[in-house]
Design a protein around this ligand. Structure first.
Ligand code: PGA
Length: 241
């Protein structure tokens, strides 16, 4: 019987530091409030979005590992109490712009799990490694990120892995299915049956190719998640799988 159950694809809308106002955030959230959608607004809009969604779930774009004297941070505990179910952790924009290193990412993943928040751990190689064309080096790089970021985590199945090749994020250049499949195989070999998302310039024209990759459970979507007409097209494409 089980084989007839269809898994709904997970589509994570990573709004980054957008939109400008709560009014716009609420309007956008109402438009993409569907089952399988996870909305990750900036912190100031989390509560407003939470109040208007019924089918979509809420994600934070970051998380801190403790309450207390940590100016500017928001703890996993506070997020849990607000109704946040997922947290994007280790996004390349934070690794690059804020020097977020693997040891910090590891603490965040651990804190999220301890607070029943599902981490969406982002991994992926940068443009230099991509340009080298050395696939085994790319796989070793991702393998190392997984090892460091998930250090000490006994049950990695509670973690969602987002494979986001950095050179594909916000550039319009998405990855090839062959390469994504190799990365999926590596992640499964290391972690077993975890959920894996692809992220990097996903749009209505290429969503089909990513959703059809075996082992891909959905997508992490930046730019196209800010235009509800585009995002809705991706939702309907994802329903075919
Ligand atoms: P993009 O962003 O879809 O705009 O490439 C993806 C991401 O950064 O998560």
């Amino acid at each position: 019987m089980l084989k007839f159950l269809k898994m709904i694809k997970l589509l994570v809308a990573n709004w980054k530091a957008n939109p400008e106002t709560l009014t716009e955030a609420v309007r956008l959230a109402k438009n993409i409030d569907y089952t399988g959608v996870v909305i990750a607004p900036p912190f100031p809009f989390l509560d407003g979005v939470r109040k208007v969604i019924h089918k979509a779930k809420l994600a934070a774009q970051n998380v801190f590992w403790s309450d207390g004297p940590y100016t500017g941070e928001v703890s996993a505990n506070q997020l849990k109490k607000l109704g946040v179910r997922y947290a994007i952790i280790g996004h390349s924009e934070r690794r690059r712009n804020l020097n977020e290193i693997d040891a910090i990412i590891n603490k965040k993943v651990t804190a999220a799990l301890n607070n029943s928040i599902k981490p969406i751990l982002c991994v992926g190689e940068g443009p230099e490694l991509h340009k080298s064309g050395d696939h085994s080096k790319v796989l070793r790089f991702i393998d190392n990120q997984l090892k460091l970021d998930l250090h000490g985590i006994r049950n990695p199945r509670g973690v969602i892995i987002a494979y986001e090749p950095i050179w594909a994020i916000g550039t319009g250049n998405s990855d090839s299915t062959e390469h994504v499949s190799k990365v999926v195989a590596l992640i499964k070999e290391r972690l077993g049956s975890v959920s894996i998302l692809y992220g990097g310039s996903v749009n209505p024209n290429n969503a089909d190719k990513f959703m059809s990759i075996a082992g891909i459970s959905g997508a992490l979507i930046g730019g196209a998640s800010l235009k509800s007409s585009e995002f809705k097209k991706i939702i309907s494409i994802s329903k075919r799988y």
